[in-house]
Design a protein around this ligand. Structure first.
Ligand code: ATP
Length: 234
């Protein structure tokens, strides 16, 4: 199992955001977390990477319990994470954004290199020497995802990768997810059930900090009642 999240409870001060979230990913899967605003999607990802450490429960990455570890150690253990706000370095070039994120884990060959990424993803390669600040929102998102590859992740977490992006860019992000899913296990969050079902094999739906539904994308596609109940905007 690549990721085993067991009954995690996460708090912001006194306020409980996750009420016991449990989910699993097998190696090679691409899985989506859906749910309305405030359901706990972002907090689930932040809890896995140690930014909002769960107060109880377990997070096991490829057999290793990681809950309680600081975020930098969890990253070095091979979990790549792209937050909602992307956070690229605007004053660094595209190339340097990738360079500063590079980290080689002991015993692992570097599958992703700066040169490899710039060659493979033309959109970034063409802009290698431009400052991050000059990129469009969609280009920044591509760079943010590419940057997360520099730690050679065995698991990639993407928090609402499409937020605020134009439809044509959303399509490109979808293609990027499809492409990466050949080599990496991916867990992403999204607001759009349509996007999720297109690019993920399975989906979890969160409501009020709990998993309210789990199924294959195919089953959820056919289950309009569940979509209406947990995902439609009231
Ligand atoms: P969105 O799509 O709006 O990002 P989400 O499903 O990702 O929604 P979370 O951001 O994980 O939801 O929020 C879960 C709950 O935790 C919500 O009730 C939210 O108000 C609360 N929350 C999130 N971040 C904080 C914070 N920094 N401080 C206090 N409460 C927070």
């Amino acid at each position: 199992m690549m990721l085993d999240v067991r009954n995690i409870q996460t708090f912001y001060g006194e306020s409980q955001a996750l009420q016991g979230v449990t989910l699993q990913l097998e190696e090679g899967e691409t899985v989506c977390i859906l749910g309305r605003n405030g359901a706990g999607k972002s907090t689930t990802l932040k809890s896995i990477v140690g930014l909002t450490p769960p107060r109880s429960g377990e997070v096991i990455h490829a057999g290793t319990p990681i809950q309680g570890q600081p975020p930098h150690r969890i990253a070095r253990g091979g979990i790549g994470y792209v937050p909602e706000d992307r956070r690229i370095f605007p004053g660094l070039t595209v190339r340097d954004n990738l360079e500063v994120a590079a980290y080689r884990r002991k015993g692992t060959a570097a599958h992703w290199t700066v040169k490899g990424i710039l060659d493979k993803y033309e959109m970034l390669g063409e802009r290698a020497d431009q400052d991050g600040a000059t990129l469009s929102g969609g280009q920044q998102q591509m760079l943010a995802v590419a940057r997360s590859l520099m730690i050679q992740p065995s698991l990639l977490l993407l928090d609402e990768p499409n937020e605020g992006l134009a439809p044509v860019i959303v399509k490109q992000i979808g293609e990027l997810i499809d492409d990466l899913s050949h080599t990496t296990t991916i867990l992403f969050t999204d607001q759009s059930v349509r996007f999720a079902l297109k690019h993920a094999q399975r989906a979890y739906i969160l409501e009020k900090g709990q998993v309210a539904h789990a199924s294959s994308s195919e089953a959820l596609r056919a289950d309009q009642a569940t979509q209406d109940r947990f995902l439609s905007v009231a």
